[in-house]
Design a protein around this ligand. Structure first.
Ligand SMILES: [Zn+2]
Length: 402
């Protein structure tokens, strides 16, 4: 995979080589032996975002407005003429500071990864805090009946409205011993079943009576399947108590696993990002299938505008207010949050623009990781645009400029 994604830059006719290369073999050699999966996925996510950028919602088309994703990873943050900084965060990861992020969870694979990582941390913290008090948590999956011909809008409206009304129904008026809940919306698409939005719900109980709570959850499922026009089946729902091993549950928030665990190839439903990944990898049989994948992605974007992916009830926020304070951020704030452990390299704005023009952002990070400043220098001078590249050294701080 590394070869596909890295070599795409070198195969293309668009970029003529600056000079006959003697570092050519070194560069390619590195790629061939690259075992760092995260480097490969950086490039893949970047490619996916570039495909995603071409998509406009109806509203954006009508208002002739550019979607924010078009700036994500390219545009420089408004303030001043500061160079872009290649930084290392506290976990050892490399990133660019000073570049815009769009914060679109259903839309942008790069931002979605950051947002889902944040939610994972938040939810595992909440679950841990609750379980450490020896209180139980129930995990339910709720679905509604749909046919493969139903639109996403229809099924999504049905499940969202019905769950809201379900919670307001008389059944819930008496005390169920629930402090609060976390509701996560997941949507998949498959040829056999069409659009399949479903809810993953956690009930945080004020007791540790697993048996009693499970009995109650079975009752919830029973009532849910026949609620309003849900018309669903018990066997299409699920309920259990969360144990201390929450890895199965947390896996639902692992976006990269959708792309790493062979799911791209499997017949399991498509998410917006597996659809994009298939397009980015060329994993389609013909132009028609490619357009279909793109259609699925763009339908996701259209119907999830303004929809939250994780909802935490106010009562639960209140119960864990101290812990929640740390996570009280919008998706936009999450993607713009940075922890800079070290500034490794400064990149002047003219150089940054050329990096963007040549779509080299992920490769610059990967090459720095492999071989530091030398790796980046060798990469850039491979392209004609960077033939006048210079490195300035000022009190141990390196800056790339022209
Ligand atoms: Zn983004």
């Amino acid at each position: 995979m590394a070869q596909i994604f890295d070599n795409q830059y070198f195969r293309t006719e668009r970029y003529k080589l600056a000079k006959p290369l003697d570092n050519d073999t070194v560069l390619v050699g590195h790629i061939m032996h690259q075992t760092d999966i995260s480097s490969v996925y950086k490039t893949l996510l970047h490619r996916m975002r570039n495909i995603a950028k071409k998509n406009y919602t109806l509203k954006e088309t009508k208002e002739n407005r550019k979607p924010r994703i078009q700036f994500c990873g390219y545009a420089v943050n408004a303030n001043l003429n500061q160079p872009i900084k290649l930084c290392r965060n506290d976990k050892g990861g490399l990133f660019f500071n000073g570049v815009a992020n769009c914060g679109g969870y259903w839309r942008c694979p790069v931002c979605a990864l950051k947002i889902s990582e944040n939610k994972k941390e938040l939810l595992s913290g909440l679950i841990g805090a609750h379980q450490s008090k020896d209180l139980s948590i129930g995990f339910l999956t709720l679905t509604v009946r749909h046919s493969k011909f139903d639109t996403l809008k229809k099924t999504l409206d049905k499940i969202s409205n019905n769950y809201r009304k379900f919670q307001q129904s008389r059944f819930w008026k008496s005390d169920k011993g629930i402090i609060g809940q976390v509701k996560t919306l997941e949507i998949t698409y498959s040829d056999n079943n069409g659009w399949h939005p479903h809810l993953h719900i956690l009930y945080f109980y004020n007791n540790s009576d697993g048996k009693q709570n499970e009995k109650f959850q079975k009752e919830v499922l029973k009532r849910w399947v026949s609620f309003r026009d849900n018309n669903s089946l018990i066997k299409a729902q699920n309920q259990k108590m969360l144990t201390n091993d929450i890895s199965d549950y947390m896996a639902k928030y692992d976006i990269t696993s959708e792309m790493t665990k062979g799911q791209i190839k499997s017949s399991k439903g498509l998410t917006p990002f597996t659809a994009l990944a298939k397009i980015a990898c060329g994993d389609y049989s013909d132009e028609f299938e490619k357009r279909r994948l793109y259609g699925i992605y763009s339908c996701y974007v259209e119907q999830t505008q303004g929809k939250h992916f994780v909802n935490i009830s106010n009562s639960l926020r209140k119960e864990y207010s101290e812990f929640m304070a740390e996570f009280n951020k919008t998706d936009e704030e999450i993607v713009n949050e940075v922890t800079i452990d070290e500034v490794l390299l400064k990149i002047s704005l003219p150089i940054w623009k050329l990096i963007c023009k040549n779509d080299l952002q992920p490769l610059v990070l990967n090459k720095y990781k492999e071989n530091g400043l030398e790796g980046v220098y060798n990469l850039l001078t491979y392209f004609r645009d960077f033939k006048d590249l210079e490195i300035e050294i000022d009190s141990n701080q390196f800056t790339l400029l022209i």
